[in-house]
Design a protein around this ligand. Structure first.
Ligand code: PRP
Ligand code: MN
Ligand code: MG
Length: 188
């Protein structure tokens, strides 16, 4: 699938799954079962975090509930436009809940920094973040990221939820995109 488009495999399916299990253990140790705040509430950021969210929630040995938010800062470009839009908001009130944002990648940190501000204004009991991937630029942002799966180089990556122009999300691994795919795309 997509064979000529993927320049190299950065993280194999096995590497991803092994790290997801480790993150699940780490998360479970931070949230005691039976807390007065109720079950941990996972807030998955659509669409990129979809596979991380489903794998992580099933790897977690504690009861969790799920909410989803859809925001977009990228559109079909490979670099951030700086504009974050809510495409779908949470269905439920998160006041008084322990909330864990589940993201696939932090690149510029813009999406997450905006999301943290937005969700903390809704008065959760606690608000933390787990991201599968983090790129080098993310360290420049003020966002406190509690748990990180992998620090990766500054290359455009796709697969396991990550897209380019909505394609490649369905790959079970994470790979780098061959520049020929986006060359001639207006420098986006
Ligand atoms: C991507 C990715 C993160 C965000 C990271 O989402 O899934 O949510 O960008 O970039 P940043 O740190 O520079 O803000 P995108 O906006 O492409 O939407 P998608 O998840 O639907 O692909
Ligand atoms: Mn996203
Ligand atoms: Mg995207």
């Amino acid at each position: 699938m997509y064979e000529g488009d993927i320049a190299s495999v950065l993280l194999t399916e096995d590497e991803i799954q092994a790290r997801v299990k480790e993150l699940a253990v780490e998360i479970a140790s931070r949230y005691p079962v039976g807390s007065p705040q109720g079950d941990l509430l996972l807030v998955g950021v659509l669409k990129g975090a979809i596979f991380f969210m489903t794998d992580l929630s099933r790897a977690l040995p504690i009861p969790t509930q799920m909410e989803f938010m859809a925001v977009s800062s990228y559109g079909s470009s490979t670099s951030s436009s700086g504009v974050v839009r809510i495409l779908k908001d949470l269905d439920k009130d998160i006041a008084g809940r322990n909330v864990l944002i589940v993201e696939d990648i932090i690149d510029s940190g813009l999406t997450l920094s905006w999301l943290m501000r937005n969700l903390s204004s809704r008065d959760p009991a606690s608000l933390q973040v787990v991201t599968l991937l983090r790129k080098p630029d993310a360290v420049r942002t003020d966002v406190e990221v509690s748990m990180i799966g992998f620090d990766i180089p500054n290359e455009f990556v796709v697969g396991y939820g990550l897209d380019y122009a909505e394609r490649y999300r369905d790959l079970p691994y994470i790979g780098t995109l061959d520049p020929k795919v986006y060359e001639g795309d207006g420098g986006m």
